[in-house]
Design a protein around this ligand. Structure first.
Ligand code: AMP
Ligand code: MG
Length: 425
């Protein structure tokens, strides 16, 4: 199916709100096997909304620049405030009046736990729909949506609040949009520490088998590598064999250490499982990431079984007082140094009494760099009862990117340390 999306809201065009609804929908449709053929973010203006709806219909008729679609989703502008104009704009486009909907009134009364008469005047503004359209229940908020068919296109108007948009998509679209004729077949892993240029060289001889598509998506959390395709039900068994063997070949071409988890788990998931399997605990001492490592280590539910505590030691005095880092060492080597990273990790493990400890010290910038210690220089140390290891990194990018790259690199270093630590036994 071909789907179009109109995101209505001034805030999207003024740099105040990131259009996560477009991002989310693209992901959901990809998983469902449908095609998002356009997204348009437009102003909260009745004439603009109605004009774009006319353009969409022109696209359906094969005129104009907008691609033809079978479904059109609208988000935003259904709330009670004066900048919420979508209901009136659609009514104007359809040339019908807005009508109060008593079914929607019942939903809202139930949601608020009050009698229908007790609903305030401003809340009632969200219960009007253009005459002849179908009101849609909003399980996550007070503004009802609506849908209708026009020239073979099904239109759905949903609220802009992301949690409400998701809830309404799940209720009103997802169930009937499941494809019965095909399934998504996908293999995916994350790699970490393997440059994309190197990956390209390693995979030079690898041929992606039809109908699968290869993707390599880098981010601070690693590179997501996938082979995927929508496969007709009748072909699933045959394609499964093809996918398995292609995937096996692809994995064999990548360095084993760079693969975060063969089952496709993320770095935080993998580290959590490694710790759980060993019944081990971890603590952190962070200087340039201010808790980001702790945040990632506690991302998975149940992580309080593995994560004991963290220290945010920015000042030298804090490193000395809480982690026992010697003043002399800080003076002679500087806070951003291999020796201090190691001392932080060892001190952290001792103070927190954990099996493993991770320490980070670095220069996130944009100020504070010197020729010897430039912005992006980060030392990460990991230790256990059996020993310690420190690595030096030189990250690029802005402060945010350096901090997240450091945090994920720390998780990866912990992952490798745990695996290798055990091999030594
Ligand atoms: P609305 O439904 O237009 O009243 O929007 C309510 C709030 O939802 C806005 O203030 C935004 O913070 C958020 N919002 C609206 N549209 C989007 C969108 N496309 N993506 C993410 N957030 C949005
Ligand atoms: Mg709005």
């Amino acid at each position: 199916m071909r789907i179009g999306l109109l995101n209505i809201g001034d805030e999207l065009l003024l740099g105040k709100t990131l259009n996560t609804n477009a991002f989310d929908l693209a992901g959901w449709l990809g998983e469902l096997g449908h095609e998002l053929v356009f997204t348009l973010a437009i102003e909260d203006r009745e004439d603009v909304i109605a004009g774009v709806l006319r353009d969409v219909m022109a696209g359906v008729a094969g005129i104009g620049a907008l691609p033809r679609c079978e479904k059109l989703l609208l988000t935003g502008g259904l709330g009670p405030t004066r900048d919420d104009l979508t209901r009136g704009a659609v009514a104007g486009f359809l040339d019908v009046p807005l009508e109060y909907n008593s079914e929607a009134e019942g939903w809202l009364a139930e949601r608020l736990g009050v009698k229908p008469e007790a609903i305030s005047e401003s809340q009632r503004q969200q219960l009007y729909v253009p005459r002849g359209t179908l009101p849609l229940r909003n399980p996550a908020g007070s503004a009802c949506g609506f849908s209708f068919e026009l020239n073979g296109v099904s239109l759905f108007a949903f609220p802009g609040v992301p949690s409400e948009f998701r809830a309404m998509f799940d209720l009103h679209c997802r169930p009937s949009w499941q494809r019965g004729d095909a399934v998504l077949m996908r293999k995916r892993i994350f790699t970490f520490g393997l440059a994309e240029s190197r990956q390209r060289e390693l995979l030079r001889g690898f041929a992606t088998p039809e109908p699968f598509r290869f993707s390599s998506l880098p981010s601070e959390s690693g590179v997501a590598i996938a082979l995927e395709a929508f496969v007709a039900n009748a072909e699933v068994e045959t394609q499964k064999v093809l996918l398995e063997s292609a995937w096996k070949e692809l994995l064999s071409l990548l360095p084993a250490e760079s693969i975060v988890d063969l089952g496709g788990a993320t770095l935080p998931q993998t580290v959590f499982h490694l710790l759980r399997e060993r019944d081990a605990t971890v603590s952190v001492a962070e200087s340039c990431t201010a808790g980001a490592v702790g945040y990632l280590l506690t991302e998975i539910p149940g992580s309080s079984q593995t994560f004991k505590q963290g220290y945010l030691t920015y000042a030298n005095e804090a490193k000395t007082l809480l982690l026992g880092v010697k003043e002399d060492l800080l003076k002679s080597r500087g806070a951003v140094s291999e020796a201090v990273a190691l001392a932080m990790a060892n001190g952290c493990r001792e103070a927190a009494n954990t099996d493993y400890a991770v320490a980070i010290t670095g220069i996130a910038g944009p100020e504070g760099g010197t020729p010897e210690k430039p912005v992006g220089l980060v030392y990460i140390a990991v230790c256990s009862q059996k020993g310690a290891e420190v690595r030096r990194f030189q990250f690029r990018g802005d402060r945010k990117s350096i901090r997240w790259s450091s945090a994920y690199a720390a998780l990866n270093q912990l992952r490798l340390f745990i695996i290798n630590d055990l091999r030594k036994v």
